[in-house]
Design a protein around this ligand. Sequence first.
Ligand SMILES: [Zn+2]
Length: 306
Amino acid sequence: MVLQEADLLRQLVRIPSVNPVFATDGSGGEGLLTDFLQNLLDELGWRWLRQEVHPGRDNLIALCPGKNWGPGKNWGPGQSEEVTLWEVHQDTVGVAGMTIDPFAAEESEGRIWGRGACDIKGGMAAMLTALSRAQADPGRQQSTVLLAMTINEESGFTGADALCRFWTDDPERQVSSAEVHGPLSLTELQGLRPGQAVIAEPTQLDVVVAHKGASRWHCHTHGLASHSSQPELGRNAVYAMADVLRAIEAYQEEELGLWRAAPALWSSRRLCQYDSGRFGSEYRTRPCCDCDRPSAFAGRVSAEGL
Ligand SMILES: [Zn+2]
């Protein structure tokens, strides 16, 4: 079976897989998508393994044999030919502030629109489609590929961390059989340690070899309450936070100035921003609307690339 990338992308976008961190109404989780992907792998005839990372939230790993795989050939579990890991996460950020139906996957201006259409379901559709084409024409696929579809990339990376445990040398971190199920055995997967990996993050087809990392802090400023008739006895915590905000704004401008002056020297634009959580956005997106009652005394500060 050969997949069609646009049709598959529409299907993927229409299955919500918002990270639970971003779904305060309890609707989050990757489970529906994992079930869809498992059925798809069965239709493609690829053996898979599900790894429970959190209750109801599973990594899904598929084996796509290369052309040298199989009895009588020079490749099999535990042998030295390289395995390539293709990795793509299943979760998306939330839908706060979106002005279109996040899960309609409507097409306009030659694009498919919806939550996750770019990050990450476009990459997921591309990887699945490419592998289905290679499998349909075995002469084209050079190496064996493990396709890992992990959970919780948008908040905590526990899916990727759990994936690495298949090939760890630390006996205390090794995956147990109680954590996994599926037609691909744990022993077989453990014998397929990848020598290289490709991650499906959207980079406009640039090769990106490093990640800038992220740090986040919750900042609090403290005031002193007083009656409005005696303002001289109090201290307004919002004004103290205003100083923090101006310092963050200045730092961001300084960083952007460095990047504008010499973009080739900076792998990416570094972001430092404040988000009170009340501006109609999440910490992965930048606040876009004014708050009419600036009553937040505490907020998150993100600094990527520090
Ligand atoms: Zn992503």
